[in-house]
Write a protein that binds this ligand. Structure first.
Ligand SMILES: [Zn+2]
Length: 172
């Protein structure tokens, strides 16, 4: 495994152990050339997946990229990292089990939204708003409506609404 810091190919495994859910092996590695330490994960891959993007481009499916976008949506949310790891593993397993080696980015996005909706409402809204790339505020309101009144209220209190609440009659 190439050292991510100096590019040396001569790195050594210091320690190997299963992750908590035993779905992966975590290896701690050290580079004798620069002293850099890093971790790699070995996971089951049921199928090689290719992602067909909206632009028509095909790229190899990248688990880390998927995990990063989910982590961004979950930033500062009270969700156990182990649950996030399980969510990502479950998602990947389901995508691999669909029987197709080529999947669309839309398909991945929809599955991520389904999963996040179960896990955390706020993360779901964050992901969905970026993923769906809303053109109109109406789309966003429809989405918030699906989540029930509590969250909709929180999110709807934007600057304009707040100003209107402070200055009644502004539009009269
Ligand atoms: Zn190195």
């Amino acid at each position: 495994m190439r050292c991510p810091y100096c590019g040396s190919l001569d790195t050594q495994v210091k320690d190997s152990r299963p992750t908590e859910d035993s779905a992966a092996i975590r290896r701690r590695r050290i580079c004798p050339d620069c002293g850099g330490r890093f971790t790699t994960f070995e996971r089951v891959q049921l199928r090689e997946l290719t992602v067909l993007k909206r632009s028509g481009r095909r790229v190899p499916f990248d688990r880390d990229k998927l995990a990063r976008s989910i982590e961004v949506a979950l930033r500062k949310r009270p969700v156990d990292p182990e649950r996030v790891e399980r969510l990502v593993s479950g998602l990947v397993r389901r995508l691999e089990s669909m029987g197709e080696s080529e999947i669309t980015s839309e398909m991945i996005g929809e599955r991520v939204m389904e999963s996040l909706k179960q896990l955390d409402d706020v993360a779901y809204v964050r992901f969905a708003s970026v993923y769906r790339n809303f053109r109109e505020a109406k789309d966003f309101e429809t989405l918030l409506g699906e989540l029930g009144p509590r969250l909709a209220e929180e999110e709807a209190t934007d600057e304009l609404t707040a100003r209107r609440l402070r200055e009644p009659g502004i539009d009269d």
